[in-house]
Ligand binder design. Sequence first.
Ligand code: PBG
Length: 324
Amino acid sequence: MELGRFARHRRLRSTESLRRLVRETELTPAHLVYPMFVEAGLSGRSPIPSMPGQARLGLDALADEARSLVRLGIGGVMLFGLPAAKDETGSGAWAASGIVQQAIPRIKEAAPDLVVIGDVCLCEYTSHGHCGPLAPNGSVDNDAALPLLAETAVSLARAGCDVIAPSDMMDGRVLAIRQALDLAGFAMTPILSYAAKFASGFYGPFREAADSAPAFGDRRGYQMDPANARMAINEVLADIDQGADMVMVKPALPYLDVIRAVREAVTVPLAAYNVSGEYSMLMAAAERGWVDEHRVINETLTAIRRAGADIIITYHAKQWAARR
Ligand code: PBG
């Protein structure tokens, strides 16, 4: 027993300087990654109604945005594309002139030290909105998706992307992407795998933002069942075995126990995605004056770090960094 009967727990809480001295969890902008939606054909910014304070950006708005993220000390950006056209296979995802392929060099030129992470998934590019091509029975064809995901990863690396982040939840995609990157001369490009991605209702606002809602059915056939934590470890171990340099748990807040379990099971850097529904819920309450916006953002991001995440992908990044 470490604490004697003379312990007064309040002693170390009595001033801000003492509280700061004994604080266990640190949150800095360097830990944060800001997601950006880049829309083909758009000029400037177009607000996203379901995500107050967030906007889709045109190519011409990227340089300024990247520079302001650097000024705030934010660690990186995660890129999502809204293509001019969609098709059955999602070919806009790997087109050399695709929207994200055009966005990357603009960001790298304006902000060379900002880590640019490319989300690899087909759902924003397929006409049916699923994360891979469809088999004749209407299910997503896992093995047919693999070469398309690999080609997408290589095309993003060619455009100058620093980190490749597959979010589709197909089995074997990390290995397929690792092999394709190595073969194409990108052996040094790391993979951040969305390893434990749950089939979540909290993606709702994102699907409006990225125009990626499935046209029929849902994603429960490939994303994880929210009830399963042990299975998340299986996903993480498999992805590390296939070459993932970093892994992710997504969403964050309803899955803090999974973040903690992954943190204890593996030693690679761990990211958590504080997703659109988590963001919009908090912002809606703040708009009504029911919670103090900055305070609950700070508490939320601190909790995700405390659970064990090294990196937090969050729409709050700019607001939080500007006011801390
Ligand atoms: C694409 C993808 C999604 C998100 C990130 N990448 C949506 C989905 O799986 O439906 C969600 C991000 C968010 O809600 O903020 N596969």
